[in-house]
Design a protein around this ligand. Structure first.
Ligand code: NAD
Length: 571
C-alpha cells in the first residue's frame, strides 16, 4: 500500500510527494495531470517527450472532457466515458462531476449505474476497488493489504445480492460501491485516496451470469450459511486491524443478511447500512417536509409503506423511534405506521421474520380498522381503511400505486404525500405525472429516480428526488469528523431533521420536498455538522466545542484541484 503524502505548501496549495515518474506517473490515476503537467513538472518527472507541447489549464481540460462525454447520446456510453476518465485522471473526474453534479448524478448513480451493473462483464475496462472471494478464506487481511493507499477512512462493501431493484448482479454489483464513493467525494469532499470500494464476491445465483462465458465474477453458486458468516467475520476483523480509522458502509445486501450483518458488526466498528438507514432518514425527511407543506404535525401523520423489505423495515424503524421520542405509544403508535407486503398488512404473529419484529400490527387492531387479518387484502382496501396521509413505495413493484388507490387516498386527505421510491425508474410504483393528474395536482410527490417537472393546472411542479445521496455523504463525513465509535440511529434522525429544514420555502412552493441536487454539497455540509453535534451530545466520539464543528467539517472537505507534485526520494 502506498502512503498518500500531502501537506499545505507556502502558497496554500497542497503539495503531494510522488514516488513515480515517466509513463508510470502518467498511468497513475491519482497523480496524473496529463496535459496540465507544468513545464517544470515535465522536466522533473521525465515527461517532456510524453505529452503534446501545450500546457492546458484544468478548466480547459474539464471543458474538453465534458464536451466529449455529452456528445454521447446513450446514458451507458456516458457512464463508460466518465468511468474511463476516473481510470485516467481522478482529480479531473471529480472536478467534472462536481461541476455537473445534477447532470451526471443519474449516470454515476441510479438509474444508469443499474445498467452498468447488468452489463459489467461486457463493458469492463479496468478493475477498480478490491475483490474478496471465498478462495481468500484465511488470508483476507493479506488481500485487504493490496489496497492502493494505506490511510483508508471510508469503505463501501457489497455482496451484490440485492442491487437496486435488480436483484443478484454478481460481480457487476461492484459498480455500486464505486458510484457511491464517487458521490462521497463529489458531495462530501472526502479525498479519493481515503476511499475503498469492495466486492465480497461470494458467487451468484443469477443463472444467466453463470452461463455467460464473459462473466468476470467467481463462477459459483452463492456461498451461504456459516461459511458466508465466517468470511464476513474475517473481512470485518481485517478491516479493523488494517484500517482502524475506517467507516464501513454495507450496501445492497439481501434483506435478512442486511439486518443480521448490521446488528452483528455495528458495535465492532463504525458501520451502517445505507439501504436501510440512509433510505430511512431520506424518507423521514420527506415525511417531515410534507408535514411542513400540508401543515400536519409529525405525530398526526398516518404512514403506509408498501414493501416490508430492507428499505421498508428501515424506514418503519426510524419513523417508529421518532414517534416514540415524540411521546406516541401503544395503539396510536401502530395506527401511525403500517407496513404492507405481498400478503397485505404486516401482522405481529409468531411466524413473523426476526428482522420485521415489532413492526406488525396486532390482529385485533387490524380487525377494528375494518381489515380481515390473515385474509388477502389489496392496497386499495388498506388505503380505504387506514386513510394514510403518506404513502411510501419501496416494493420494486412497478405501477403498484394504481389510479383507484391514489384517488381513494386523495378523497380522505387534502395533500396526500406519495413517494414512489423504487428504483430504477422502470420499477417506480407510479409516475409523478400520473400521481399529480389523479389528485388534481394536490399530491406532494417525491420519487426515487429523477423525473422531469410536471405541468398541471397552469403550474409546473418540480419533482423532488428522494435520493439517499442527501443523507449518506453527510452521515459519513460527520462520523469521520466526529470520530464516532458507532453510528447510531440518533445520528440518522439528526440528519433527517436537518435535511427537512434545508428544504426551502421556494422548494416547497415549487412542489418539491427535497432540495435540488445542485445543492448537494451545501446540504451535505449542513447534514454533516448536524451529525457531528449529535455525536457530541451522545458522547461517543471526540470532544469538540460547538464553534469548532463547522471548521472541523470544512477541514475534511477536499476540493478537486491539482496539487503541486514533488518527487519522493525514490521517484
Ligand atoms: P427488498 O427486496 O428487500 O424489499 C422489497 C419488498 O417488497 C419485499 O419484502 C417484497 O416481498 C415486497 N414486495 C414486492 N412486490 C410487492 C407488491 N406488489 N406488494 C407489496 N409488497 C411487495 O428490496 P429493498 O432493498 O427494500 O428495495 C426495495 C425498492 O426500494 C427497490 O426498488 C429499491 O431500488 C428501492 N429503494 C429506493 C431508495 C431511494 O429511492 N432512495 C432507497 C432504497 C431502496
Amino acid at each position: 500500500m502506498e502512503r498518500y503524502e500531502s501537506r499545505v505548501g507556502p502558497d496554500g496549495r497542497a503539495v503531494v510527494r510522488v514516488p513515480w515518474r515517466g509513463p508510470a506517473l502518467l498511468a497513475h490515476s491519482m497523480y496524473n495531470k496529463s496535459t496540465a503537467f507544468t513545464r517544470e513538472e515535465r522536466e522533473t518527472f521525465g515527461l517532456n517527450g510524453l505529452l503534446p507541447s501545450a500546457v492546458s489549464t484544468m478548466e480547459q481540460q474539464a471543458r474538453r472532457v465534458y464536451g466529449n462525454i455529452v456528445r454521447k447520446t446513450d446514458a451507458l456510453e456516458r457512464y463508460i466515458g466518465l468511468a474511463a476518465l476516473h481510470d485516467r485522471n481522478e482529480i479531473l473526474f471529480f472536478r467534472v462531476l462536481a461541476d455537473h453534479l445534477e447532470e451526471f448524478l443519474p449516470i454515476v448513480y441510479t438509474p444508469t449505474v443499474g445498467r452498468a451493473c447488468q452489463e459489467y462483464s461486457r463493458i469492463f475496462r479496468r478493475a477498480h476497488g478490491l475483490w474478496i472471494t471465498p478462495e481468500h478464506r484465511g488470508r483476507v487481511r493479506e488481500v485487504l493489504a493490496d489496497a492502493p493507499f494505506e490511510d483508508v477512512r471510508l469503505i463501501v462493501v457489497t455482496d451484490n445480492e440485492s442491487i437496486l431493484g435488480l436483484g443478484d448482479q454478481g460481480a457487476g454489483g461492484m459498480a455500486i460501491p464505486v458510484g457511491k464513493l464517487a458521490l462521497y467525494t463529489a458531495a462530501a469532499g472526502i479525498h479519493p485516496a481515503h476511499t475503498l470500494p469492495i466486492s465480497l464476491d461470494v458467487g451468484t445465483d443469477n443463472q444467466a451470469l453463470l452461463d455467460d462465458d464473459l462473466y468476470l465474477g467467481w463462477r459459483h453458486p452463492r456461498l451461504r450459511g456459516d461459511a458466508y458468516d465466517a468470511l464476513v467475520d474475517e473481512f470485518v476483523e481485517g478491516v479493523r486491524s488494517l484500517f482502524p480509522r475506517a467507516l464501513l458502509q454495507w450496501e445492497d445486501f439481501r434483506k435478512g443478511n442486511a439486518v443480521a450483518l448490521l446488528e452483528r458488526h455495528r458495535d465492532r466498528l463504525p458501520s451502517f447500512n445505507d439501504d436501510m438507514q440512509g433510505t430511512a432518514a431520506m424518507a423521514a425527511a420527506g415525511v417531515l417536509a410534507s408535514g411542513r407543506a400540508s401543515g400536519t404535525a409529525p405525530p398526526d401523520q398516518r404512514v403506509v409503506i408498501l414493501g416490508a423489505g430492507a428499505a421498508g423495515v428501515g424506514i418503519a424503524r426510524l419513523l417508529q423511534s421518532a414517534l416514540r421520542a415524540a411521546g406516541v405509544e401503544g395503539e396510536a403508535l401502530f395506527r401511525a405506521l403500517a407496513l404492507v407486503d405481498i400478503q397485505g398488512l404486516l401482522l405481529e404473529e409468531p411466524a413473523i421474520e426476526p428482522f420485521r419484529r415489532g413492526l406488525g400490527w396486532p390482529a385485533e387492531l387490524a380487525r377494528q380498522a375494518g381489515l380481515r387479518p390473515g385474509g388477502p387484502q389489496d392496497l386499495l382496501a388498506i388505503v380505504r381503511a387506514l386513510r394514510p396521509t403518506v404513502l411510501i413505495g419501496v416494493s420494486g413493484a412497478a405501477g403498484a400505486f394504481r389510479e383507484e388507490v391514489v384517488r381513494a387516498m386523495a378523497e380522505a386527505v387534502e395533500r396526500p404525500a406519495i413517494f414512489p421510491l423504487s428504483n430504477p425508474t422502470s420499477q417506480a410504483e407510479a409516475t409523478p405525472g400520473d400521481l399529480l393528474r389523479w389528485t388534481d395536482g394536490r399530491a406532494l410527490v417525491a420519487a426515487g429516480s429523477p423525473f422531469d417537472p410536471v405541468s398541471i393546472g397552469g403550474r409546473t411542479v418540480r419533482i423532488g428526488q428522494g435520493n439517499n445521496a442527501f443523507i449518506f455523504p453527510g452521515v459519513g463525513l460527520g462520523t469521520l469528523v466526529a470520530e464516532a465509535r458507532t453510528v447510531t440511529d440518533g445520528m440518522f434522525a439528526a440528519a433527517a431533521a436537518r435535511l427537512a429544514e434545508l428544504v426551502s420555502a421556494e422548494d416547497l412552493a415549487a412542489g418539491s420536498l427535497f432540495p435540488p441536487v445542485s445543492q448537494l454539497r451545501r446540504v451535505t455540509t449542513q447534514v454533516a455538522e448536524a451529525v457531528v453535534r449529535q455525536v457530541l451530545s451522545q458522547g461517543n466520539g471526540r470532544a469538540l466545542r460547538d464553534d469548532e464543528v463547522a471548521p472541523a467539517v470544512a477541514a475534511m472537505q477536499w476540493e478537486p484541484a491539482y496539487p503541486v507534485l514533488e518527487p519522493a526520494g525514490n521517484a
